[in-house]
Design a binder for this molecule. Structure first.
Ligand code: ZN
Length: 89
């Protein structure tokens, strides 16, 4: 598999730390599977991993909403006809 960044190097499987920020706090995941270019060193994370991580972070940060927002979200979950994923524009 060729590197998308330099288009010369080849991607090899590796484990790297993934670092992200949650507000002002640093979050480090020490052993994340990724692909690293043997020429330029660019690291490519798996798209599925990034999606799962974002999902987890959304779930974690949800607890910090003010109570009235949480009530509104809980109410929204109970409405059977409101489907955010199936909206057609
Ligand atoms: Zn490269």
């Amino acid at each position: 598999m060729k590197c998308d960044y330099c288009r010369i190097g080849r991607l090899t499987h590796t484990k790297v730390p993934y670092i992200t920020f949650l507000d002002d706090q640093m979050l480090v995941l020490p052993n994340v599977s990724a692909l690293r270019c043997d020429m330029c060193g660019e690291v490519h994370f798996h798209e599925g991993f990034l999606e799962q991580l974002q999902f987890l972070l959304d779930r974690l940060t949800e607890t910090e909403y003010p109570p009235e927002t949480t009530d509104w979200l809980a109410l929204n979950d109970q409405l059977p006809y409101w489907q955010p994923g199936s909206r057609v524009s």
